[in-house]
Design a protein around this ligand. Structure first.
Ligand SMILES: Nc1ncnc2c1ncn2[C@@H]1O[C@H](COP(=O)(O)OP(=O)(O)OP(=O)(O)O)[C@@H](O)[C@H]1O
Ligand SMILES: [Mg+2]
Length: 330
């Protein structure tokens, strides 16, 4: 079933740190994991133990967008070319879908296996963001690859896609923020951390997003009280200051099993909360939302940009789900 999980939050709140710990935790249980770095600051590879050179050498999804689009559109007759396939173009009859465990040309081109303590994960990165990416729509061309990946991904129970993301308004424009079964908003006990939560919650409400807050760098009762008062029941769990993380930051990660017990428990709580969303999965709604954002993008800029009526790319009979994945062409 769908286990698409995002870590969002204010810059510096600990998204990458908590994503990487969660990925290590999942991998240690033997679960198949695809880890995706979709943040403006690309640090997930290093947080997973790669050195700077290895991280810099990771293949960027953003640089392989045409290849990704050509693979995904397959023989879909409604999508004429990679150039007319935008980040929100939904799959339809003839599209190729992706699975967490399989080998496919997208993973061959964009994913690298990362050895973790007690397991492995596939890692994909959008690629470093440059100044020109930080404008309006160009920014999306990098995260657009991730949105396409998620919209074509049929993941089974106990399989995880974990995305390290920003909480910026860019992800709201694209629909990317609706692509997850569980969104963990990482918040430090500060007014700014909580303000980002409120903004996210407001966008999330209209789309039935499951949003839970993970308090980070919580140092005592006062911090905890502050988060409880500001966030209420959305507060799932908190992580404290971690010596294990500090050692990792120095390039000397201890064995993962030596992570503090309290932080291990926090990671188990994240997994339990994510797994709970299993029952709530609704492939039809998931497909409808991608269509919603696609129509919105088509009408607001993409029809003009491509000179094509992209609303015609929607296959009205298509619902993303397990059945299609079974019959996908090899
Ligand atoms: N629980 C923790 N204990 C100790 N240090 C932490 C903890 N969480 C985060 N840090 C440290 O805080 C800094 C910021 O964390 P991190 O890079 O994970 O944040 P981020 O939200 O991904 O930031 P950015 O927005 O820059 O991507 C890092 O130096 C990290 O090691
Ligand atoms: Mg980060």
């Amino acid at each position: 079933m769908n286990m698409k999980i995002a870590f969002v939050g204010k810059g510096g709140s600990g998204k990458t740190t908590l994503s990487s710990l969660f990925i290590r935790h999942l991998a240690a249980t033997g679960a198949p994991v695809v880890a995706v770095d979709a943040d403006i600051n690309q640090h997930l590879g290093v947080a997973l133990g790669l050195d700077e050179d290895e991280a810099a050498a990771l293949p960027a999804m953003g640089a392989r967008l045409t290849m990704i689009k050509d693979y995904l559109r397959g023989s879909n007759p409604r999508i004429f070319s990679a150039a007319t396939m935008i980040k929100t173009t939904p799959p339809g009859d003839g599209s190729r879908l992706l699975r967490i465990r399989e080998n496919n040309p997208v993973y061959d081109a964009c994913a690298r296996g990362v050895e973790l303590d007690g397991g492995t994960a596939r890692l994909m990165v959008t690629g470093p963001f440059t100044d020109s990416d930080l404008g309006v729509s160009c920014y999306h061309s990098k995260t657009g690859a991730v949105e396409l990946f998620l919209n074509h991904l049929v993941d089974g129970r106990g399989e995880y896609a974990v995305v390290d993301m920003t909480a910026g308004s860019d992800s709201f424009a694209s629909g990317m923020f609706t692509r997850f079964d569980m969104t963990f908003l990482v918040a430090e006990p500060t007014r700014k951390g909580v303000a980002v939560y409120r903004q996210y919650k407001e966008y999330a409400r209209d789309f039935g997003i499951t949003l839970r807050v993970v308090g980070n760098k919580v140092r005592g009762q006062d911090d905890l009280d502050f988060l409880r008062a500001e966030v209420g029941d959305d507060l799932l769990v908190t992580a404290g200051y971690s010596e294990w993380v500090c050692a990792m930051e120095k390039g000397r990660p201890p064995r993962f099993s030596l992570l503090e017990d309290v932080n291990k428990q926090a990671l188990a709580a994240l997994q339990a909360a994510a797994d709970e969303t299993y029952e709530a999965r609704d492939w039809a709604r998931y497909t409808q939302q991608m269509v919603h954002f696609h129509l919105r993008n088509a009408q607001s800029w993409a029809n003009d940009r491509t000179g094509t009526d992209l609303t015609a790319q929607v296959d009205p009979d298509f619902v993303l789900g397990e059945q299609q994945a079974v019959v996908q062409p090899g």
